[in-house]
Design a protein around this ligand. Sequence first.
Ligand code: SAM
Ligand code: SF4
Ligand code: SF4
Length: 323
Amino acid sequence: MIRDTRGRPLEYLRISMTDRCNLRCRYCMPKEYFDSKYQFLQRDAILSYEEITTIVDALLDLGLKKVRLTGGEPLIRKNVETLIEFLQPKVEVCMTTNGILLNEKAQDLWQSGLRNITISLDAVDQPTFQHMSDSKIDINKILSGIELCLDMGFKLKLNTVIQRGKNEHATKDIIDLFSGRVDEIRFIEYMDVGETNGWNLHDVVTGSQIRKKLGNLKKLENQDQSQVATKYELNGQIIGFIESVSKPFCSTCNRARLSADGHLYTCLFASKGNDLKSLLRMGANQNEISKAVKTIWSKRSDAYSEQRGEESKPKVEMSFIGG
Ligand code: SAM
Ligand code: SF4
Ligand code: SF4
């Protein structure tokens, strides 16, 4: 197992399948920037499934335990189930998706061996959902996809980013609709990722503000410190809070991110990644990738959320590096 300069292991890799998405959530890919003129990655710039597998193999040698397929929207990448089939026997695989394509893809995902899916759902009512995602997508398409996954036996988590004055009511709506039926309902503090979402501290609703409104929450004991969500229980349902703005968790951060174009990022708020794709395409093998990542990780000192406000380097977009 390798450790960075703060003693943190590399145990978790989030892999961006594509920098494209079928939504334009205002806090992630605002339409004004991600429009028809935006230069998305070309096909040959994106890692193949074989290349991703080599990188995962290299990281397994260093102590990797889990990977998450994300994006952009992972389900718009063609045959994503093929990659899951490659990875599943070696490492725990899960996925984060906006759920739009679950009705079409759930069967293939199940057959590939995937069992854990996190679905991002910022509201269950049509007007709020369409406003948050800046789209005309019918919320019922996502809700029916979730129901299908529940019927099939997937273990589901729901992720909701709460923004002040926009979807605060969604906390209660989502609990009412899904309590007792999903593994975890998680509320995420709106973060200052990237440079395009016009983030403002005023728009952040903190975990403790949400808890105050929900009432009756009981904090769980003996929580896994490497998990980003702090878990509570409400009438038997686990409710998680990802409080990266108000309660940073950098000291236990064991995660790296692999962008769709093969750069390894050691922090969500980094401005630059480390180009593994070029190494691979120059002929580097699994051992050589392992060595390169060992060097990168051993120099890592990232702790952006603890130091928020101190630095002003431009940050990479979340949809690009795999949120
Ligand atoms: N498209 C997929 C989805 O939405 O689930 C996967 C990629 S998305 C970037 C991953 C997660 O990042 C989503 O749960 C989304 O809500 C979250 N996210 C994006 N921008 C965020 C921000 N500014 N603050 C907090 N969470 C954010
Ligand atoms: Fe797309 Fe996910 Fe970003 Fe929304 S949060 S724009 S669904 S990548
Ligand atoms: Fe990890 Fe960077 Fe987030 Fe801190 S700010 S928890 S180091 S990704």
